[in-house]
Write a protein that binds this ligand. Sequence first.
Ligand code: SAM
Length: 238
Amino acid sequence: MFGPTDYDDIADRYAAGVDERPWNALYERPATLEMLPAVAGLDVLDAGCGPGWYTCWLAEQGARVVGIDLSGRMVEIARRRLADELRPAARARARVARVSVSDLRGELADAAFDLIVSSLVIHYVEDLHAMFREWARVLRPGGTCVLSTHHPVRDMKAVEAGYLRPAMVEEEWPWLGTRMRSFHRPLAEVTEPLLAAGFTIEDVRAPGPTEAMREVDPKGYARLVQRPAFLFVRARRA
Ligand SMILES: C[S@@+](CC[C@H](N)C(=O)[O-])C[C@H]1O[C@@H](n2cnc3c(N)ncnc32)[C@H](O)[C@@H]1O
């Protein structure tokens, strides 16, 4: 099982490397940002904020942001980042708390947010039905959720073992010197829980690599031309 300490152990290395890593900086982030509405003046939940890049970006754009993460170390790093990097006005709009994305009860009120942004987190969550029900509860009617997650064909061993069969998979992360576990899911195991929680799916994308990646990371570029690594979804709460 994925547990809170998995990211505690690698939080410092993740935070030190993620902003320069082409897969994040030149692939995941541009695609997520493209799917966001204008965020100024919105109440936004950054669900699984990690070291806080999105939390800071959102606050700098004029949103009021709550970043949450299960890893205590990630929360410490994100809080430090907010304190060090944000201008005072943006800092006043952002906070970070140690909360699970799938259990917001007692932490976040009903209809508190206009937008949930969740970058590369939900493949660590076992019960997406329960999680999306909670997200629907904390979103206002008409509120939006934009998420990125592992693409269903990311792990070819899992696909060959049975695309339709959800499974825990493990992969080597050489950039962090570790192995990480996550859930392989067919596409419908992401979309059905969203629909069941009352969301309307507005957009689903699985982009190839950006041109910016070609020179910086030719190996990563070639891998992403072969098949997408991440899936991007925007959904609206009724
Ligand atoms: C790949 S990192 C992504 C961090 C950040 N969103 C980013 O894009 O850099 C995944 C994050 O999800 C967090 N996470 C995993 N399961 C979680 C859960 N149930 N609740 C809250 N955070 C969780 C991990 O601690 C980690 O910080």
